[in-house]
Design a protein around this ligand. Structure first.
Ligand SMILES: Nc1ncnc2c1ncn2[C@@H]1O[C@H](COP(=O)(O)OP(=O)(O)OP(=O)(O)O)[C@@H](O)[C@H]1O
Ligand SMILES: [Mg+2]
Length: 657
C-alpha cells in the first residue's frame, strides 16, 4: 500500500525527540502506533528477505492510523499481551504494555500505559474530541489546543471522522497508585467493568495534547441511490451514528439524506429544561404549514439531535414530544449516540406506532438496535462480525437493502397475502360442499364423497400448486420494482390482504360451494344415481375449481407452476379411478359409469364456468376502472416487452483485491 506523506512532518519526526516539536511529533506517532488493539501479522513474500506486515483488527480507523504511523517511520511489528515492538526509523524498540483501558462508549476513548526503553512510564489516550477535551489540560500547549480545535472543525465539516490524541508521563508514585488499583479492579469478581472504568477515568486526566487525526469514512457504493429509493418507497430513513455532529451532517449530505432545500432543526442541549424548550420551539416550527407537496424537499424538515440531548429526552416525559416532532420530520439524524440510545430510539417508535422498524448497521455498537428492531440487518464488513451475528439478515453492502425490501419484500408480501386468502378459500369450499350435503341429508351422517377422497383432498389434490405458487409466483419483474420504488406502497396500504378482501373471498367461496353442490344435485334430481357417483362428481368439480381458480390468479407462469396445477388435476383423476377400482370400497366402478354419461361433462363445465364468473367479472371491472399501481406496472411491463426482466440480475460489485 502506498501512503502519501508530508515531507516536512517526516523530517521533523526524524529530527529526534530532543527539540520540543520533534518530541511531540515523536510521541504523536508513537501513540498512533501503540494506542490501539491492532495485531500485526507478518506475511512472507516470494523474496525471503522482504516481509510484509498486515495489520488486523476490528476497527478500520485504527488500521488506518497504524498504517499512517508506519508511513512516517513508526512501524508496529509485534504485539503480545505484555509488550509491543515498534520499528522507529529502522531502530527496533521494545515497549512494555503495562496496562490498557479499552474503548467503551461512555468514555469514548481508550488508553495504553507504556513502559518506555528509557524507563519512563507514559499513558497515551485517544478518543472522541468531546470527551478528550474534558481530560486535556488546556493550559499546557494552549496554542496547540487552539490550532487542533480549528483543524478538528474543518476536518469534521468535510465529513472526516476525527480522533484526538493526548498523553501524560506518570511519576513512579502515580504509576504505583494506578497499578494497585488496576490490579484490584482486574481481579474483582463483581462489577469489574465499572471498577476498571473508574480506574481509567482517574488515570486519563491532565493530559497534554499531541494532535488529532481525520479519517475519511468512505460511503459504500450505491448508498445515496439506495437511500433515495427507500425514501421514494415511503420508508422513513433515520440515521443513528456515534459520530460527531458536523461529520454526521456532512455524511448526511453526501448520502443524499439531507438536501440544502430542507429546513434543519438542530437540538443539542445539556439540561432537561433547555431540551424541553428546544422541543417546544421545534414543534412550533414543524407545525407551520409549508408550501409545496409533501414529497417535496423544500417542504420537509430534517431533525438533527445529539446524544447528550437524548440522555435527557429518552425515558422521560419529553419522549412523547420527541416522538411527535420526529413524526413530522422527513429525516431524523441522531449523532454522538451511545449503543443503548440507538436501541432506545427504535423503541421510541416501536412502542407508539404499529409501524415496522428495521435497523441496519455494521458495528458492535449497532447490536442492541439490531436486536430491538422488528427486522435487524447486519452488514458484514471491516468492523467485525458482532452485528452480523445479532441480525436476522446479513448482507455485504448497504445497497442490497433495496432489493431485499423492494423486490423480495414486495414479492413475499404479495404471495403471503394471496396465499392466506387462497388457503382459506381452498379448504372452506370443500368443507362447505360436505356441509351442504349433511344439511341436505338432514345430518344422517351418510357421506357421498368417500373417505379416501376427503383425506387426499388436502394431501394430493390441491396441495402442491399452493406451495409452488406460494414460492414462485411474481406479480412484477425485478426491473419494474427497482425502477418504481413507489410500488412498495402496495404493502404499506395492505393491498394484498385486508378485511374487505377476506370477506369478499369468503362470499365468493360460499357462492362457489353452492354452485358446485347444487348443479349436480339438480341435474341428477330425477335420475337414480347413487351417492358415491355423485360424490365423485363433487370431488372432481371442486378440485377442478380450486386449481383453475389459482391458475386464473397466477401472473408469472413457468413450467413448474404448469406442471403442479395441471399435474394436480391429472393426479386427482388417477386417484379417483384407483379408488373406484377397488372392489371392497363402496362406489366400485362409479366413475366409469358416470363418465360415460354426457350429463357428467356438462355438469363439470357448467360448474367451473358459473363459479368463476363473478370473480372474473369483479376482477376485470376493478382492473379496468380502479387499477392498482401493481396492475399498471404489470401492463407496462407487458407492453414494453420486458418480460425477460423477471430474471434480471442486479449489478454486482467487481471482486478485486
Ligand atoms: N477504538 C477507539 N479508540 C478511541 N476512540 C474511539 C474508538 N472507537 C470509537 N471511538 C470514538 O468514540 C466515538 C463513538 O464511537 P462509536 O463506535 O459509538 O460510533 P462510530 O463508530 O463513531 O459511529 P457509527 O455509529 O456510525 O458506527 C467515535 O466517533 C470515536 O470518536
Ligand atoms: Mg462504528
Amino acid at each position: 500500500m502506498k501512503v502519501r506523506v508530508d515531507r516536512e512532518l517526516v523530517r521533523l519526526s526524524r529530527s529526534g525527540n530532543d527539540k520540543k516539536t520533534g518530541k511531540q511529533i515523536y510521541d504523536f506517532f508513537l501513540a498512533l502506533a501503540a494506542c490501539n488493539t491492532i495485531v500485526p501479522i507478518v506475511v512472507d513474500t516470494p523474496d525471503p528477505v522482504e516481509k510484509l506486515i498486515d495489520y488486523q483488527g476490528e476497527s478500520p480507523d485504527e488500521q488506518a492510523l497504524v498504517y499512517a504511523a508506519a508511513a512516517y517511520g513508526f512501524m508496529l511489528i509485534e504485539r503480545t499481551s505484555g509488550h509491543i515492538v515498534i520499528d522507529i526509523h529502522g531502530d527496533k524498540q521494545r515497549f512494555n504494555v503495562l496496562g490498557m483501558h479499552e474503548f467503551d462508549s461512555d468514555r469514548k476513548r481508550m488508553s495504553v500505559i507504556l513502559g518506555c526503553p528509557d524507563k519512563t512510564v507514559k499513558v497515551f489516550v485517544k478518543g472522541a474530541d468531546t470527551t478528550m477535551f474534558n481530560v486535556i489540560d488546556k493550559s499546557l500547549n494552549s496554542d496547540v489546543v487552539k490550532a487542533t480545535e480549528t483543524h478538528l472543525h474543518s476536518y469534521s465539516s468535510i465529513g472526516l471522522r476525527t480522533l484526538v490524541i493526548g498523553m501524560r508521563e506518570l511519576s513512579s508514585q502515580e504509576f504505583e497508585q494506578w497499578r494497585s488499583s488496576y490490579e484490584a479492579a482486574t481481579s474483582a469478581l463483581m462489577g469489574r467493568a465499572g471498577l476498571l472504568r473508574r480506574v481509567a477515568i482517574n488515570l486519563e486526566k491532565n493530559l497534554s495534547i499531541l494532535g488529532a487525526s481525520g479519517i475519511e469514512d468512505k460511503l459504500q457504493r450505491g448508498v445515496p441511490e439506495a437511500i433515495e429509493s427507500l425514501r421514494t418507497a415511503g420508508i422513513k430513513v433515520w440515521v443513528l451514528t456515534g459520530d460527531k455532529q458536523e461529520t454526521a451532517i456532512s455524511i448526511g449530505y453526501s448520502s443524499k439524506l439531507l438536501t440544502s432545500a430542507m429546513t434543519r432543526i438542530v437540538i443539542n442541549n445539556n439540561s432537561i429544561e433547555s431540551c424541553r424548550k428546544s422541543l417546544e420551539d421545534a414543534l412550533v416550527t414543524a407545525s407551520v404549514p409549508r408550501a409545496g407537496t409533501s414529497r417535496d424537499d423544500a417542504s420537509s424538515i430534517a431533525l438533527i439531535i445529539d446524544g447528550t440531548s437524548l440522555v435527557y429526552i429518552l425515558d422521560s416525559e419529553l419522549e412523547e414530544q420527541l416522538f411527535e416532532l420526529s413524526s413530522k420530520c422527513a429525516v431524523v439524524l441522531c449523532c454522538r449516540v451511545a449503543p443503548l440510545q440507538k436501541a432506545g430510539i427504535v423503541m421510541l417508535i416501536k412502542k407508539r406506532t404499529k409501524d415496522l422498524t428495521l435497523a441496519i448497521g455494521d458495528g458492535a455498537n449497532d447490536v442492541s438496535m439490531i436486536q430491538k428492531a422488528d427486522v435487524g440487518i447486519g452488514i458484514s464488513g471491516q468492523e467485525g462480525r458482532q452485528a452480523v451475528m445479532a441480525s436476522d439478515f446479513a448482507m455485504a453492502q448497504f445497497r442490497f437493502l433495496v432489493p431485499l425490501l423492494l423486490v423480495h419484500g414486495h414479492w413475499n408480501y404479495q404471495r403471503m397475502g394471496y396465499m392466506i386468502l387462497y388457503n382459506f378459500y381452498r379448504n372452506a369450499v370443500f368443507v362447505l360442499v360436505l356441509f351442504w350435503y349433511a344439511l341436505f341429508t338432514a345430518f344422517t351422517l351418510s357421506t357421498a364423497i368417500n373417505e379416501w377422497s376427503s383425506v387426499l383432498y388436502s394431501v394430493i389434490y390441491t396441495s402442491v400448486p399452493t406451495i409452488v405458487v406460494g414460492i414462485l409466483d411474481k406479480d412484477l419483474g425485478k426491473t419494474s420494482l427497482l425502477k418504481y420504488p413507489q410500488l412498495y406502497g402496495a404493502g404499506q396500504r395492505q393491498e394484498s390482504y385486508n378485511s374487505l378482501l377476506f370477506w369478499l373471498t369468503m362470499a365468493d367461496t360460499l357462492w362457489q360451494s353452492i354452485v358446485a353442490f347444487f348443479i349436480p344435485l339438480l341435474a341428477y334430481w330425477k335420475s337414480d344415481i347413487d351417492g358415491p357417483s355423485i360424490g365423485d362428481l363433487w370431488t372432481l368439480a371442486v378440485v377442478f375449481l380450486v386449481n383453475l381458480h389459482l391458475a386464473m390468479d397466477v401472473t408469472t407462469w413457468n413450467w413448474i407452476i404448469h406442471a403442479s396445477i395441471w399435474g394436480s388435476i391429472v393426479a386427482t383423476i388417477i386417484c379417483v379411478i384407483i379408488i373406484d377400482s377397488i372392489v371392497i370400497l363402496p362406489g366400485y366402478w362409479a366413475i366409469f359409469n358416470l363418465a360415460g354419461d354426457g350429463m357428467f361433462w356438462i355438469c363439470l363445465i357448467v360448474i367451473v364456468v358459473a363459479s368463476l364468473i363473478p370473480r372474473f367479472v369483479v376482477k376485470t371491472l376493478v382492473q379496468h376502472y380502479k387499477p392498482s399501481d401493481v396492475q399498471i406496472a404489470g401492463e407496462a411491463e407487458k407492453f414494453e416487452g420486458i418480460m425477460e426482466s423477471r430474471s434480471a440480475e442486479i449489478e454486482m460489485n467487481q471482486h478485486h483485491r
